[in-house]
Design a protein around this ligand. Structure first.
Ligand code: SAH
Length: 403
């Protein structure tokens, strides 16, 4: 049952939307992955390789397999990206690596800490495509790294800030892992460890499947950053072929589905992907995921005042999910700040009152056999909460000067 994976732009197009692609710095279309300020892009990136792959590379270059392990350890355990600093590797091996591969590192351009100290937002520059964000969220003993999978997103969910950016580019496996490594360095400087990974930053992870899975495998390696599959969650807006592929894969990660509406009519308005993969198909794919992977799915449901928060919605939410093996996570809407440059207005959606949120939760909890949780968003003051990740895209400069 191998369905050819679609590209992000194709999915957006078939959902009834024009694919949104913006020019990159070079003015070329974004999917090549090549930007003007990206050099050596064709050389394999050692940061995006599994220990096994690094061992094979070492053997190919005439070295013993354990040299590959050492490489992995330098990059992922010791956080060293300079081949010249990997002093226990033979100089000839390092020279060969330097001419035939690269070790990428994301440039961090900003870091903001929330007032309560429970969220830290990191901004990284992606050559030729703008920026992505990652957030480190603290909750008791848990330190969750919320990572991005794409620059922008093609799915255009109406309530989501990232959806306004359009789709710029898929991140490479190394770029996904590198966000994680940066958050790990920050945590370890504070004597803490990252304990969980959620793919809930910018982008639709299942539309960047191969890079996503490679990154999850790298982050899972026991001796490396060591986040077991049980502590990793992929969140999807409902890209059904991706859910089915993940169900068939041997990677034991959790799955969260952003349901967000209880009728196809409303869901198709809010999340255009529903036009191609309506609720019934989505629920069936979720069941397949549970039956093949044995992990219950989490349904995320964003509460928007007067849009998704009525008593009827609460009852329908409980009924729709009744037969599944799942959890329900309610997320009060995080309002979007107007984006000054480009004139994007603040969102037309509003967060319901606390009273309404609690009433909604009670109705669902009384009617549903499943666990119902309410997510208290962290980092709202630094625009780091769910759906608030937005960056001005990297456009072609109009004022080209000669210097
Ligand atoms: N594309 C993936 C992951 C990114 S969004 C997905 O859709 O699941 C992560 C979560 O944030 C999703 O559940 C999404 O519905 C939610 N979200 C988006 N905008 C939001 C907002 N402004 N307030 C609260 N949650 C939001």
């Amino acid at each position: 049952m191998s369905q050819a994976p679609e590209t992000a732009a194709e999915v957006a197009a078939s959902a009834g939307e024009e694919p949104v692609t913006r020019p990159t710095a070079t003015g070329e279309s974004d999917e090549s992955g090549v930007g003007s300020d990206q050099i050596c892009v064709d050389l394999p990136d050692l940061k995006g390789m599994l220990p096994q792959e690094l061992q094979e590379l070492a053997i190919e270059l005439g070295e013993r397999a354990y040299r590959g392990r050492q490489l992995y350890s330098w990059i992922h355990e010791r956080g060293v990206d300079e081949l010249s600093a990997m002093t226990d590797l033979p100089a000839s091996f390092r020279r060969q690596l330097a001419s035939s591969s690269r070790v990428s590192r994301l440039v961090q351009t900003e870091r903001r800490e929330s007032a309560e100290g429970t969220a830290v937002k990191f901004v990284f520059h992606i050559p030729g495509a703008g920026h992505v964000e990652a957030v480190l969220i603290s909750d008791g003993d848990r330190r969750t790294a919320c990572l991005s999978s794409q620059v922008g997103c093609p799915l255009e969910c109406q309530f989501c800030a990232t959806g306004r950016m359009g789709f710029l580019r898929n991140l490479t496996a190394a770029q996904i892992v590198d966000q994680f490594l940066a958050l790990c360095r920050y945590a370890s400087a504070r004597g803490e460890r990252v304990t969980n990974v959620v793919m809930m930053g910018m982008g639709e992870p299942l539309l960047n499947y191969d890079n996503l899975v490679q990154a999850l495998r790298i982050m899972r390696v026991e001796t490396g950053p060591s986040i077991g599959g049980r502590r990793m969650t992929v969140s999807t807006a409902g890209y059904v072929p991706g859910i089915r592929r993940l169900a068939a894969d041997d990677l034991n990660v959790g799955l969260a589905i952003s349901l967000n509406a209880t009728t196809d009519e409303l869901r198709s308005q809010l999340m255009p992907i529903n036009r191609k993969y309506p609720i019934a198909e989505l629920l069936a794919a979720a069941e397949e995921f549970f039956s093949r992977r044995g992990r219950r799915v989490t349904y995320e449901y964003v509460l928007m005042a007067g849009v998704t928060d009525t008593d009827e919605d609460a009852r329908r939410l409980a009924d729709l999910t009744r037969d599944g093996v799942c959890k329900i996570n309610l997320i009060p809407y995080n309002e979007l700040a107007p984006v000054a440059e480009g004139g994007s207005p603040g969102s037309r959606f509003r967060r319901p009152s606390d009273e309404r949120i609690n009433q909604f939760r009670e109705i669902v909890a009384l009617r549903s056999p499943h666990t119902v949780t309410l997510r208290l968003s962290r980092g709202r003051d630094i625009d780091a909460a769910c759906g608030q990740l937005y960056r001005e895209v990297h456009r072609k400069r109009k004022d080209v000067t000669t210097d």
